[in-house]
Every structure is written in structure tokens, then in C-alpha cells.
Write a protein that binds this ligand. Structure first.
Ligand SMILES: [Zn+2]
Length: 425
């Protein structure tokens, strides 16, 4: 049955000014048939009319960088020793379900979520957002994809074939691992050319991983297989290597401001910037001492990098790097973006239209336009006045995914929060 939503203020995800008293007609196939002022969209015979007057209607939100299957940074958890695999799988399934309930209809998983969850959702066993999978993080020996403990011991848990080994060295090694990830169901290739805030002492945010030849081969192989490359890169020579090699997005990118040439190269090559402010709040306040130091050092650079990127015309995608620190706080990233100087409209674009472009799915999602999939969110309140309304799950009244009404909170109360092991925030 066709559905017509009337009366809401429409923010369409393109950056266009909001349109009051709008109407959106959904066709039988889960797509948007028409959008416009209420008088201009007439209800076809038999259409269900849903009155959402006084609310705001947006495209379903997109997180460009999440780790849906991670629930703590602790080593026993990262090595999957702290609970039975089945418990962890159910925990992850619950996160998927509830993430959809927060208005996030698409999430790019930046490693950890295996293809089995996607299959379960495709089969209707489980509800959740659309997911684009990276499967695992490709790095060389000593990089962030190398499973090594502070004692120097390698991980004792056998490799799960659905999350294959991701250490790659040399041009041929890199090509093989890219192919292995795609075989395991990767929709995007995730790699790392630097350490990070939470990486081991000795491999910090400006310490490089991979040489230019390896990264060129990685990007070439990924593109040949039709996959984009999202690259974890914070600063130093590894950040330059990633941009010179032509990755499709820079994740974190905290120290881009230290080499302004890099930002113009990103603008020229159309490389997206996915800053991740939310995770560093955790790293500054809760993580071990060496991580806190890194988190504090990078903060002013991260903010400056965002400003310079926007000025240079680099498109920005919103990513929380959620997982290790917390789930269901994806919209907190938008508040962080506004707090550091983006307009609320820019922050919304970073989670809708720009995010869809960053993921390469803008033909289908990211904006409310005829022909696109009806991934929609109806929220009580105006996120342009107060971006934080998107974090209040009680205000997320309706969520549509592909035209299907997945969440209807007009009468139902919001679900209880998910218990997480080792949760400290
Ligand atoms: Zn990440």
C-alpha cells in the first residue's frame, strides 16, 4: 500500500533550506514517489495517510565509521576470550536492532562485523540498519590490524574464517589480503597507514604503516574489485601516503592541519574526510594513560583540520568509531560537530547526503528525492535548533527503511539500554 506522510518540516539531506508542511509519497516498492508542498502531492486512492504535523522529517541517518560487533577495548574482548561467541553474537544483534531504533538506517562497519549478520538481516531473522562491511583492518606487521599483546604474544585464538587474517606485507601480500576480504564479504576495504590513539605504545598517531608502493597496490586492487578504500590515518608520513595513494576517505585525519597541502590534495582528488570526535572524548577521559595523552594532544588539531577541510571544499562524513567505547550514541557525533563549529545543517549533511556519497550509495539513499529508497526518520523537535534532539530516542517517533515502518514510537516506549561488559561511560 502506498503511504503519504503529511505536515512535517522536511530537511531533505541536500543542504536545501527546510520546507514546512511537506508531503512525501512512498510507492509500493519502498521508494519515494513524490515530494513537495502538501497541496502539490495528492494522495492516490487507497493510500495510507500518516499525519506527522509539527515534526521534522529527515533521511535515515548514516554513520560512516562504526564497529557494531565490538563492545570493549579490553584485550580479552578484542581477542574474543571474555564470553561465549554466542553471547557476543546476540549482543551484536541487539546493537544492530537498537541502532536502527535510534534512526540510523545505514552504518558502515569499519571492521569486526562479519557477513553472517548481514545474511541474517537479509533473511529477516534480525532487524537492523543497512550495513556496509569492511570485515577486518588491513595493516602491515606492527600496524593496528596486527593482533599482538603488550607482552609481544600473538593472539592465541584461531582465526575465524569470516574475519580473516588482515596483516599484509609487500605489494603481492597486500593484493592477496584485499581479495581475501572481498571473498569474506567486504563491501569496502579498510586499511591503516598510521597508529591511532588506542594503539599500542610505540605505534602512535604519527607513526607510519605501509609504504607508498603497498598502498598504491591496495587501492588499485580494491578499485579493480569495485570497492572503495577507507583508510585509518591520523598524521605524519602515513597520512600523506594514504592521500597520495588515492584512498576514498580519510578516517580520523586528526593532524591534517599540520600539512595543509594534504587538504588541497583531498579536495582535488575528491577524498572524503570522516573525523571521529566522539571516540576521542572517551580516549581523553577514560582510556589508559598513554591513550589519554594522545587524545588530548590531537584534539585542537582535529578541530582545526575539520575547519580547513570544509573551507577547502572537502566533503565530510560523520563517524563515531563507536563500539569499543559505547553503542547507540551515533548522533552524539553530530552534536560534537556542531560544538566545534559546523552548522547544524552541515552536521546533518555529514550524516545524510554527504555520508551517502562517501559510501558510494548516493543513488539510493542519503536524501529525500523521488526515486530514492524511502529511508526516513520522523523526529519530534527541530534538529536545526537543537541537534541534540536526535540523541533522544523518545523523540525518534518513526523510522522507515526501504519504505517499511520499522520503528513506531508514537505509542510504544523506548527500549531499555543494552548492558555492555566493561562499559565505563
Ligand atoms: Zn575505527
Amino acid at each position: 500500500m502506498q503511504q503519504l506522510l503529511i505536515g512535517a518540516t522536511l530537511i531533505d539531506g541536500t543542504g536545501a533550506p527546510p520546507q514546512r508542511d511537506a508531503a512525501i509519497l512512498l510507492d509500493d516498492g519502498g521508494r519515494i514517489a513524490a515530494v513537495g508542498a502538501r497541496q502539490s502531492v495528492l494522495p492516490p486512492q487507497g493510500a495510507e495517510v500518516i499525519d506527522v504535523s509539527g515534526m521534522t522529517l529527515l533521511p535515515g541517518l548514516i554513520d560512516c565509521h562504526d564497529h557494531l560487533a565490538d563492545h570493549s577495548y579490553a584485550l580479552p574482548h578484542r581477542w574474543r576470550l571474555d564470553e561465549p561467541q554466542s553471547t557476543r553474537a546476540v549482543r551484536t544483534a541487539t546493537v544492530l536492532q537498537r541502532t536502527l531504533g535510534t534512526g540510523y538506517t545505514t552504518v558502515r562497519d569499519a571492521a569486526g562485523l562479519d557477513v553472517g549478520f548481514k545474511r541474517a538481516m537479509d533473511e529477516g531473522l534480525l532487524q537492523g540498519p543497512r550495513v556496509l562491511l569492511a570485515v577486518n583492518i588491513i595493516s602491515p606487521t606492527g600496524g593496528i590490524g596486527d593482533r599482538i599483546s603488550p607482552s609481544g604474544h600473538t593472539c592465541c585464538v584461531p582465526i575465524d574464517p569470516s574475519l580473516p587474517e588482515s596483516v599484509a606485507n609487500g605489494v603481492e601480500g597486500v593484493r592477496t589480503v584485499v581479495r581475501t576480504m572481498v571473498r569474506a564479504g567486504a563491501d569496502v576495504i579498510k586499511c591503516a597507514t598510521t597508529g591511532g590513539a588506542s594503539s599500542r605504545p610505540g605505534h602512535g598517531p604519527k607513526d607510519p604503516a605501509f609504504n607508498l608502493g603497498e598502498m598504491r597496490a591496495l587501492v588499485d586492487e580494491a578499485h579493480a574489485l569495485g570497492k572503495r578504500v577507507m583508510c585509518h590515518a591520523l598524521g605524519g608520513p602515513g597520512l600523506r601516503t594514504a592521500i597520495e595513494a588515492g584512498v576514498d576517505s580519510i578516517e580520523h585525519g586528526c593532524y591534517l592541519d599540520e600539512d595543509p597541502e594534504l587538504i588541497s590534495m583531498m579536495a582535488e582528488k575528491g577524498i572524503f574526510f570522516v573525523p571521529t570526535f566522539t571516540v576521542y572524548v572517551f580516549h581523553r577521559e577514560v582510556s589508559p594513560p598513554h591513550v589519554r595523552v594522545r587524545g588530548r594532544d590531537l584534539e585542537p588539531h582535529h578541530i582545526e583540520s575539520l575547519h580547513r577541510a570544509l573551507e577547502a571544499g572537502v566533503k565530510v562524513g560523520a563517524g563515531t568509531d563507536a563500539g569499543g567505547h559505547m553503542h547507540l550514541i551515533n548522533a552524539r557525533e553530530l552534536q560534537c560537530m556542531v560544538e566545534v563549529g559546523m552548522s547544524p545543517m552541515q552536521a546533518l549533511q555529514a550524516a545524510t547526503g554527504w555520508a551517502a556519497e562517501c559510501l558510494g550509495v548516493e543513488r539510493d539513499i542519503g536524501s529525500i528525492q523521488p526515486g530514492k529508497l524511502a529511508d526516513l526518520l520522523v523526529v519530534e523537535g527541530d534538529p536545526l535548533q537543537d541537534i541534540a534532539v536526535l540523541q533522544d530516542v523518545q523523540r525518534i517517533k518513526l523510522v522507515f527503511k526501504g519504505g517499511q515502518l520499522c520503528v513506531d514510537r508514537r505509542l510504544d516506549p523506548a527500549p531499555v539500554p543494552i548492558p555492555q561488559p566493561g562499559l565505563r561511560v
